[in-house]
Design a protein around this ligand. Structure first.
Ligand code: G6P
Length: 611
């Protein structure tokens, strides 16, 4: 989730690169850098911190170069400090990278044996040395890049300069975005359109396994075999505000649609289909120590949406790994005397890594002798710093206050943890492992298809937009999902929304059921489907208006609902992913119909750093 900009033309590159990076800053970053070529040498400047730190560092320095590349980093491998900041370089290669190289450790070891000196902790620097290694063998620059790409596993977009050639910028893409911008006598490359828009609206998108070579007056395109290819140019009609949201009306909607990609990013390098294993590094090693303890249990602490992620995980971990799990709000945990100790693995879940109550719960847990594994989205934030180990979600910056992609990447990590624990306890047979891993890897595509094709939300939105109350019901693992659906609706539409376990309706909430009361029910074909149908019938007969989230093609359930929205089939364990997406979208469209401030709802903050 890094920002990339490159320029070649007749103007000085420095102000163009800095302005381009500034346009990408709304995503939030931790370090930045630029590189130019002058007199056959690289000029590289990097800093930790926000872009303004780089701007300060470059102030007063006049760079003559009319070719250059720039980068703002959202750290995935290695701390967000200057040495890990991009651009990275070897003798003749300097480059910026967005993505994750899964096999970088092995490549790094091989390069070190060959005598390459690697300075940073990043996966990116390995790519420079890999290309250098092919250059050292006499390959021309483009062939050296292509040969290096063949060795990289993972996702990347790369923008590369050659020390010995100030006439060309090289780009390659597999899995992370790159867009080229064309103008008279100058050309641009960037990770996102806003970085280009003040110069040109004529663009071409690089697709996976494509390369581009930018010169001042032309851009040529190749596949990874070196064959030249044709590219269509497009005219972008967006203004700057639209471009920052990739054309979506709000960041929240953009982030909902990013979920297939960020889930894939979170799985990358962790799900190993060849070895049929899950790799969680230090976290995996800590979990292994715990599974050997006789009274091992897990205690999840979190707030808000992250707490719901923990509740989903309880079903998976207890079911698959047979490890007892309790899930608690951090704000409650910190003020009682919880029974945690050295047999407890405290799992702290937090998007921001700064939530005060969760941080306090971590400190309490450590005092009582527990170990803390955190699941976090923001690298080097306070919670990972104070935890024993951290598994990062790779959701990228989440700007909408109502959390969406952070939630689904959290549950992606939690499901991997559940499978890993089950593997460590040898509770899964080969077929079971294979099925689960394959289902996980296929999940992003299932979600992508749903987001392209879903139907039925407009009528639900119309029904709900003027209501004052709405109820959500679900059972089993769908129970935390409907709590999350209700939270989303109340956060951004300000409609009072409550979630109940289906079986609990008769113990109170059924008293509220009367003609036309809106009830959103998850009625998926899981093992509690029949129970849910009975619960829905009970409230329908009292007049409730049923809006069902149902399995695609389930004709019987359509009859039961007043309105319905179909979701694709997925493996039973992964149904929370397919049911939460329509609930996020429902909240979004109802709020949009009401005209609320969706990305910054009243009274709410993205990160709650006070008690
Ligand atoms: C705030 C945010 C929520 C978030 C909660 C926990 O209330 O508005 O979206 O779920 O904090 O935040 P965390 O960063 O710890 O996940």
């Amino acid at each position: 989730m890094c920002g990339i900009v490159g320029y070649i033309g007749d103007q000085k590159a420095k102000p163009i690169l800095l302005a381009g990076l500034k346009r990408l800053e709304y995503r939030g970053y931790d370090s930045a850098g630029v590189a130019f070529i002058k007199n056959g040498d690289f000029q590289i400047e990097r800093t930790q911190g926000k872009l303004s730190c780089l701007v300060d560092k470059l102030a007063g320095k006049d760079f003559e170069a009319t070719i250059g590349i720039g980068h703002t980093r959202w750290a995935t491998h290695g701390r967000p400090d200057e040495i890990n900041a991009h651009p990275h370089y070897s003798k003749d290669v300097v480059l910026v990278h967005n993505g994750i190289i899964e096999n970088y450790k092995k490549l790094k070891d091989d390069l070190i044996i060959k005598g390459h000196q690697i300075e940073s902790e990043t996966d990116t620097e390995i790519i420079c040395h890999l290309i250098q290694d092919f250059l050292n063998q006499g390959y021309d620059f483009q062939k050296a890049i292509r040969s290096a790409l063949k060795e990289l596993h993972g996702a990347y977009s790369l923008v590369i300069l050659n020390r010995n050639d100030n006439q060309r910028i090289y780009c390659a893409r597999k899995g992370s975005p790159l867009v080229l911008g064309f103008n008279n006598g100058e050309n641009f490359v960037a990770s996102d359109i806003p970085a280009l828009l003040s110069h040109t609206n004529e663009v071409a998108f690089l697709h996976d396994f494509e390369m581009a070579v930018l010169e001042k007056t032309q851009v040529t395109f190749y596949d990874f075999e070196g064959n030249s290819i044709e590219k269509e140019r497009q005219i972008i009609q967006w203004n700057m505000a639209q471009a920052e949201k990739s054309g979506y009306k709000h960041f929240m909607l953009k982030e909902i649609h990013e979920q297939p990609r960020v889930i894939a990013d979170t799985l990358l390098g962790r799900v190993d289909l060849e070895k049929m294993n899950i790799w969680l590094d230090d976290a995996g090693r800590l979990m292994k120590k715990f599974v050997q303890k006789p009274d091992f249990h897990i205690h999840v602490v979190a707030c808000g949406t992250s707490w719901h992620a923990g509740m989903v995980a309880r079903y998976w971990i207890e079911n698959l790994a047979k490890v007892p799990v309790s899930v608690e709000l951090s704000s409650e945990f910190r003020y009682r005397q919880p029974l945690v100790g050295e047999n407890t693995l405290v799992v702290a879940i937090s998007q921001s890594g700064e939530t005060a109550d969760t941080l306090a719960a971590i400190r309490e847990s450590k005092k009582m002798g527990a170990k803390v594994l955190s699941i976090c989205n923001v690298i080097e934030s306070s919670i990972p710093r104070e935890s024993d180990v951290t598994i990062y979600t790779h959701a990228g910056p989440e700007i909408g206050v109502a959390s969406t992609k952070a939630f689904t990447t959290q549950i992606t990590v939690l499901y991997m943890m559940a499978v890993k624990l089950a593997l460590q306890k040898k509770l899964l047979d080969d077929q079971d492992i294979q099925d689960r891993m394959k289902a996980l890897v296929e999940l992003p595509n299932i979600l992508k298809t749903f987001l392209r094709q879903y139907k039925g939300l407009d009528m639900m939105t119309e029904y709900l937009r003027n209501k004052e109350h709405c109820y959500f019901i679900g059972r089993g693992i769908q129970y935390p999902i409907i709590l999350e659906g209700a939270l989303k609706l109340k956060e951004i539409s300000y409609i009072h929304a409550d979630g109940y376990a289906g079986g609990e309706m008769k113990h109170g909430p059924i008293a509220l059921m009367e003609d036309g009361v809106p009830v959103v029910a998850t009625l998926l074909k899981d093992d509690l489907y029949d129970k849910m149908v009975s619960n829905v019938q009970e409230i329908k007969s009292r007049g409730a208006f049923i809006m069902g989230i149902i399995t695609q093609g389930d004709e019987d359930t359509k009859q039961l609902c007043d309105l319905y929205l179909e979701v694709p089939e997925a493996s039973m364990d992964l149904l929370p992913f397919v049911s939460v997406l329509p609930l996020q979208l429902l909240a979004y469209y109802v709020a949009d119909a009401k005209g609320t401030d969706i990305d910054q709802p009243r009274n709410l903050a993205k990160s709650v750093t006070v008690e």
